[in-house]
Ligand binder design. Structure first.
Ligand code: SER
Length: 339
């Protein structure tokens, strides 16, 4: 008998770090797929590590033949800034890669007779606020409003939310052998995530984590958005908790495919103030990149996450000051002290 395992794609990335650690601590058997080898802290925690691309069909076939996958956390993606430089590659990885994984999940479910739970992190980038006035007026945006993204990454995420919904409810709806056991697709729209352990690469909400990590390293930082720029953020432990909570929620409680998540929504100036309080000697200036600014301006200032709270008990533990005082500062100090 093959042992049921959890598959994590993009396991070496920011969310993957926290997720692999938490799942391994709970005794789960994990296999990973990432384009780069896992770092030394993660590799011993997993049963098998595959180094390769989610666009490699033959690699997915090999995994399918060898493992009984019950649950997938599909984290691999190119983030928003990076995707604007290479939009066709972004589409290939973010959309075709996700399609491959959904097919993989469908085939796994058919082979072992249980629906595969497929957890997908979408993003605040799925929104597109038309202008700053509307953004200010809109306040807490609901999932189905303003879903007109302006970035390649946002388009990819929004479409994959729909694709996941299709696999979950309508897959092969007209064929004679219409699938009876469909993928159990569940998705969150993450705000900007801030980790004490890792730095993001290629995102547009990166100004917040970059500002904090630069100060901890004693390096000056020039913030690429205006001081008044406001979007929602979340501390990484709450992000990982949310993925785990959604994965284990009873299916019948879920009323939506994609759920907003929020925790705090500081302006860039407020983040800067917090950083200066923690690192009084830090040098943080502004050097606005108008193009990246317009991407962040197209994301809402706040999101309505009441559906996630009602359906599966989402409740972030960290607001901005708690995140700084009890998670980010101790973790970041430790990280740069030990390097
Ligand atoms: N943090 C992501 C980015 O900036 C948004 O999901 O691309």
């Amino acid at each position: 008998m093959r042992k049921p395992v959890i598959l994590i794609t993009g396991a070496g990335g920011e969310i993957g770090h926290g997720l692999v650690t938490r799942l391994a601590a709970s005794g789960a058997s994990i296999i990973t797929l990432d384009v780069a080898p896992l770092d030394a802290s993660l590799a011993p925690l997993v049963a098998r590590e595959f180094t390769g691309s989610i666009t490699d069909q033959s690699l997915l076939e090999r995994i399918l033949a060898e493992f009984e996958v019950d649950r997938i956390f599909h984290l691999a993606a190119l983030l928003s800034t990076r995707s604007e430089f290479t939009p066709v590659t972004a589409h290939h990885v973010n959309v075709e890669g996700t399609l491959n994984l959904l097919e993989f999940a469908q085939k796994q479910g058919e082979s072992h007779g249980r629906s595969v739970v497929f957890i997908y992190p979408s993003s605040i980038a799925a929104y597109g606020m038309p202008d700053l006035k509307t953004k200010a007026r809109a306040g807490r945006v609901r999932e189905d409003d303003y879903a007109h993204p302006t970035t390649m990454y946002g388009c990819n995420k929004l479409y994959c939310e729909l694709l996941g919904g299709y696999y979950a409810r309508h897959y092969k709806q007209l064929s004679a052998d219409a699938a009876t056991r469909r993928v159990d697709f569940r998705c969150v729209r993450f705000p900007g995530l801030i980790s004490a352990l890792t730095l993001p690469s290629g995102g547009t909400s990166d100004y917040a984590p970059e500002m904090i990590h630069a100060a901890a390293k004693g390096e000056p930082y020039a913030c690429f958005v205006r001081p008044d720029t406001t979007i929602p953020f979340m501390a990484m432990p709450d992000g990982v908790d949310a993925l785990l909570a959604l994965a284990s929620a009873p299916r019948e409680r879920l009323t939506r495919t994609a759920y907003n998540l929020g925790a705090f929504n500081p302006s860039a100036a407020e983040i800067r103030d917090m950083v200066l309080k923690a690192f009084p000697g830090a040098t943080i200036t502004y050097s606005v990149d108008e193009k990246r600014q317009s991407i962040v301006d197209s994301w809402p200032a706040d999101v309505d996450d009441s559906a996630a709270r009602a359906d599966w008990g989402f409740k972030p533990a960290y607001d901005l000051s708690r995140a700084f005082e009890t998670y980010l500062m101790p973790g970041i100090r430790q990280r740069y002290l030990s390097n």
